[in-house]
Design a protein around this ligand. Structure first.
Ligand code: UDP
Length: 564
């Protein structure tokens, strides 16, 4: 069956059910975005032309909203608790629905069981039963519940699951045996899924798929209106919970900011003003999303105090013409030194409150400065006050961008198919690689045979030998490219090292998330023995990693040029 774009979301709103505060928040958001989704669908339909899109039957099980996992978020929706997850789930539902797929939504274990066809009273069905869904979107909580209640079907159908995972799961933490042996064991990892089955809120590591969410897109008239209506001396503080104001040393930079601007906050409070928030701050309390947007439209500056990490709000602020000012973290925050990241299955080092804003947007919209350096901070405020900025939203965060990306994933990502490329170590009869004219990297020969249906298409592969200590994530970015883990199998051969003229004294195949790589002491080349451990993330000064990179579409880092 062909999928047909939908522009009327009222049936989706019914499917979303009711009752919980979290669902109410999500439905309001979906309603508010209806016109934007419809327009985006129209544009994408035009862009794709007559391309065939298969309609999938999709189950969305939002595990963190189930009573069985404690549902800690719903009671906090009106109290300044995290809303980012709900923003993202609302947008995922809308995108899947607008793309025209068959949708079921569950937010309790009971509904999950009945949709999976688990017979009543049989908590754990030992038989494999046919699964009526092509795809299941869930989160770590939901994954656990499915494992417990699907019996053998879980093993059989796990390749159909997609895990919405805000901060990402790196391959080293995902592989159970490897994680256990090498100290990568966390509260979350070790599911042995294909790392691309984890879908993140921002493009953290390309080992996972970037799912994202959307922010409001303005037309030219609205942009002009906003620019004309800006109060140049108005700042809004990022953060809904009072404890972000407990930051050490904030008095200093707050008093500097207060010299130049009127400071507004949207900190939740019950009856009286939260004591953490200084008297000179105009606190509006937690605002409904549309009113929060209105506040951003007036403000010149949106300022972060270092927490929360990587939420939607800074993108909304920038989309509404604010400058986002945030602190640089030195040393960077990570699971090794910060409570928030402890136990999360990632080795990522976070160099500012919102790395995406810093690295993908940057000046003039985003300023990342050292808050402990009063001169630097004050100079930034002064510069910001005299800079004119246009509202800006990266394409990948528009409704069209999200639809385009999810469309591509649904039509092309297949983790159930038997692994394609030859096993590591075996040599292709004819090398598919050519050494680039300047001898710096490998390219995929245009006439080399492609694995049929391989996606992304192999001809976008560019392979580099990274410097010692450099992760493939960064090595590819250094060349204006992005690491593409699905190309690792093509590279994992003696042939690739040979073509790159790497002087391997010996060659061995082992389990190590940094392989394939060249170890300088000993001049040894190492191949990857375990395909699940192919990883863009990760580095060691011992190794020069062999890195598969690819190009990407402007404003849509998840997709290569020829990926649509
Ligand atoms: N938000 C809101 N009212 C406010 C402040 C923020 O509704 O007073 C919304 C905002 O529009 C954003 C969402 O809260 O979409 C989540 O924002 P944040 O970046 O703070 O992420 P979180 O930490 O909540 O996940």
């Amino acid at each position: 069956v062909q999928a047909v774009f939908r522009s009327n979301l009222s049936h989706l709103l019914e499917l979303m059910g009711s009752g919980k505060e979290s669902l109410i928040f999500m439905k309001k958001r979906t309603k508010r975005f209806t016109a934007q989704w419809a327009l985006a669908a129209q544009r994408l339909a035009q862009k794709l032309g007559g391309v065939r899109r298969d309609q999938k039957q999709i189950l969305v099980h939002i595990g963190f909203l189930t009573e069985e996992s404690g549902d800690v978020f719903s009671p906090r929706v009106l109290k300044g608790g995290p809303l980012g997850e709900m923003v993202q789930w609302a947008d995922i539902l809308a995108a899947l629905y607008v793309l025209g797929h068959g949708l079921r939504i569950t937010v309790s274990l009971k509904e999950l069981q009945s949709n999976l066809g688990v017979p009543p009273g049989r908590g754990n069905c030992p038989l494999t039963m046919p699964l009526p869904f092509d795809l299941i979107y869930t989160d770590y909580h939901g994954l656990q519940q499915m494992k417990q209640h699907m019996g053998l079907s879980f093993r059989k159908y796990r390749c159909r699951i997609r895990v919405i995972d805000t901060f990402g799961t790196e391959p080293a933490y995902n592989h159970e045996e490897y994680a256990t042996l090498h100290g990568y064991r966390t509260n979350w990892g070790y599911w042995n899924l294909n790392p691309k089955q984890f879908m993140t809120m921002f493009p953290h590591t390309p080992d996972n798929s970037f799912m994202g969410f959307v922010s409001e897109e303005l037309n030219e008239t609205e942009k002009q209106l906003i620019k004309d209506g800006k109060a140049s001396k108005m700042a809004v503080v990022y953060g809904k919970e009072a404890n972000i104001w407990k930051l050490q040393g904030k008095e200093k930079f707050l008093s500097i900011l207060n010299k130049y601007m009127e400071i507004h906050g949207t900190v939740y409070y019950e009856s009286q003003r939260p004591p953490e928030v200084p008297a000179f701050v105009k606190n509006h309390g937690l605002l409904p999303q549309p009113e929060f947007q209105q506040l951003l439209r007036k403000a010149k500056l949106f300022i972060g105090f270092g927490f929360p990490y990587e939420g939607p709000a800074p993108l909304e602020a920038i989309a509404n013409g604010c400058v986002f000012l945030q602190s640089r973290f030195s040393p960077p925050h990570s699971s090794l030194n910060h409570e928030f990241f402890r136990g999360k299955p990632t080795s990522r080092e976070v160099f500012s409150q919102h790395p995406y804003a810093e690295n993908f947007i940057g000046k003039p919209h985003v300023w990342t400065v050292d808050y402990n350096n009063s001169e630097e901070f004050e100079a930034a405020i002064q510069a910001i006050m005299t800079t004119q900025v246009d509202p800006y939203l990266p394409y990948e965060y528009t409704c069209e961008g999200m639809l385009e990306r999810i469309h591509a994933y649904i039509q092309h990502q297949d983790f159930c198919a038997a692994p394609g490329p030859a096993p590591p170590g075996t040599r292709a009869p004819q090398s598919p690689f050519i050494l680039a004219p300047n001898a710096t990297h490998l390219e995929w020969a245009r006439n080399a045979s492609l694995a049929p249906g391989a996606w992304p298409p192999a001809h976008s592969l560019r392979a580099w030998l990274a410097a010692a200590g450099r992760a493939c994530t960064d090595a590819c970015l250094d060349h204006g490219l992005i690491c593409e883990p699905s190309f690792f199998p093509f590279l994992n051969s003696q042939d690739a090292f040979q073509k790159l003229q790497v002087p391997c004294d010996g060659i061995e195949s082992e389990m190590n998330h940094l392989y394939p790589a060249f170890a300088q002491p000993g001049q040894e080349c190492f191949l990857q023995k375990e395909p699940l451990l192919f990883s863009c993330a990760g580095s060691s000064t011992k190794y020069r990693r062999l890195c598969p990179c690819r190009d990407f579409r402007k404003g849509q880092v998840a997709l290569c040029q020829d990926c649509l």
